[in-house]
Design a protein around this ligand. Structure first.
Ligand code: SAH
Ligand code: SF4
Ligand code: F3S
Length: 482
């Protein structure tokens, strides 16, 4: 779901923490909070996984700040060290365990430091975590963050605490997230939680529970508040945003995702709206029309295909076929010819043949993705695939297929970006470019990062500028202001 990398709120990421799995398709990310300690007790939090986890860390920070804890970037000085974890692939969990070894050392030097494990791995392993990881004090699942202050208080009295209760209602709608490491321009808004889809490879339904949608008015209010504070882009987040469905309890009227998109787009024409992730089965023409009809809804859809072969898609329980997905792609380009589409791809799923893998390559070619997050299949305990199918593709084959997918995608990204040379885009300035303070970086509607010289103009992050593309690579566009 960045979707996953290049996210402005994730600057200062310690890239080394990302592990080998990072091949331009980062899903596991690390984020260190950059804020001063204001006296009193302090907490430090690192986040891994998808944007939902990063967004949740901001909710956690808000809950702890309310309880009198101040955020710190200095792990060694923190009274409470937390790690918000991901279980999506084995590597993601390995990374978390490695970080826990580092926390152990801090704790050895500074007894009394509390260590908390949050998020999906906490939910998956539950109390077992405390047996496996002796130095962990609290284990808290994604729906139990309101209980953090009391769990921390208990842990301070020497009582280890676990709360992994999964809720059918919790959306944290009333909590105003503490924007960690914010660039002041772009922010996430969580609009729904959980997932009811049961893709056979996926651990998320088990770690995040049932799907539920947040009060539409609280979402719009959060967007308006962000706009007032100077933010100019919001990303509406959920595992499956197109199945957003909320009923106004007063009128009984339902609000669909297309309607919500329209409501948020109405906050201000200068507030850009993005969303992620779309499940191909749920994205409707209404959503596409809402995108087309609102200039400030960005022309970019993350539409994970996973595989290009209908038999594998069936085993994956994705509920669409190759042909159906291709029609969806056609429809998007038909309604919005300038829309960029990106994807997630898994290679080497159970029993995948070489011919079936070729169909994944050909659907990538057909879809002309601007970019993709690409992974080899990693069996997750408890999932439908782990129960029903044998993980029978040798690792070397999975990796070779992955390399082929990455090479193909890189070539397509390169070619598509080269086509942008000569075009002019409206770009929202997000900040200094990574390489030079003399350059701005910002994205166009299609979510492509553009780098361009500041010149002598009086501009700041949050401003919109017209930028003509003058050069490209597979990852970024170079340009100059017009
Ligand atoms: N809700 C989003 C995806 C969330 S997980 C969606 O449905 O698109 C992000 C991506 O991780 C998935 O799209 C998938 O490509 C990948 N993924 C999930 N489980 C995996 C597994 N067991 N092995 C490898 N990749 C996996
Ligand atoms: Fe996982 Fe599928 Fe739900 Fe995405 S839609 S979170 S891949 S079960
Ligand atoms: Fe996200 Fe990882 Fe959980 S991808 S939902 S943090 S398993």
């Amino acid at each position: 779901m960045c979707m996953y990398n290049d996210n402005p709120t994730l600057e200062g990421i310690d890239r080394k923490l990302l592990g080998e799995e990072r091949q331009g398709e980062v899903l596991e990310m690390a984020n260190k909070v950059a804020m001063p300690v204001e006296g009193g007790k302090s907490f430090y939090i690192e986040s891994y996984g998808c944007q939902m986890n990063f967004s949740d860390s901001e909710i956690v920070a808000s809950i702890l700040a309310e309880a009198g804890y101040a955020p710190t970037r200095n792990m060694e000085a923190a009274d409470l060290i937390m790690i918000n974890t991901c279980s999506i692939r084995e590597k993601a969990e390995d990374t978390v365990r490695k970080r826990l070894r580092v926390f152990d050392k801090v704790k050895a030097k500074r007894p009394g430091t509390m260590v908390g494990v949050l998020g999906c791995m906490a939910e998956r392993l539950k109390a077992k975590f405390l047996e496996e990881e002796k130095l962990v004090d609290i284990v808290v699942g994604p729906d139990a963050y309101r209980d953090l202050p009391s769990l921390v208080a208990g842990a301070e009295e020497g009582e280890k605490g676990v709360n992994v209760f999964l809720s059918r209602e919790e959306t944290y709608a009333d909590i105003s997230p503490l924007r960690l490491q914010s660039n002041g321009v772009t922010a996430f808004i969580s609009i729904m939680r959980g997932c009811d889809n049961m893709c056979s490879f996926c651990v998320v339904p088990f770690t995040r529970g049932r799907e539920r949608s947040r009060n539409a008015f609280s979402i719009v209010a959060e967007a308006a508040d962000l706009y007032d504070k100077g933010f100019r882009e919001v990303t509406l987040l959920g595992q499956n945003v197109d199945s957003y469905k909320w009923e106004n309890p007063e009128t009984g009227e339902p609000v669909s995702f297309a309607q919500l998109l329209t409501m948020v787009a109405g906050v201000h024409p200068d507030l850009r709206v993005r969303f992620s992730t779309s499940h191909p089965k749920d994205i409707t023409d209404d959503v596409l029309y809402a995108m087309r009809d609102h200039e400030n809804v960005c022309k970019y859809i993350h539409l994970p295909v996973q595989s290009g072969n209908s038999r594998i898609l069936k085993l994956m329980n994705r509920t669409y076929t190759r042909e159906w997905y291709k029609q969806k792609i056609d429809r998007i380009y038909e309604i919005m010819p300038d829309c960029a589409i990106s994807s997630d791809v898994i290679t080497g799923f159970c029993s995948e043949t070489e011919e079936e893998h070729q169909e994944t390559l050909s659907i990538i070619e057909y879809s002309q993705y601007s970019m993709s997050y690409m992974f080899f299949y990693s069996e997750r305990p408890g999932t439908l695939a782990a129960k029903k199918f044998e993980d029978d593709i040798p690792l070397a084959t999975k990796k070779r297929r992955l390399t082929e997918v990455i090479e193909l995608q890189t070539g397509i990204s390169h070619k598509l970006n080269a086509k942008d040379v000569g075009k002019t885009f409206r770009v929202l300035i997000e900040g200094d470019s990574k390489k030079s303070e003399l350059d701005w970086k910002g994205r166009n509607s299609q979510n492509k990062m553009m780098i361009f010289a500041k010149e002598d103009r009086d501009l700041k992050p949050g401003d919109y500028v017209e930028v003509k593309c003058t050069g490209s690579s597979s990852a970024t566009l170079l340009g100059e202001m017009v």
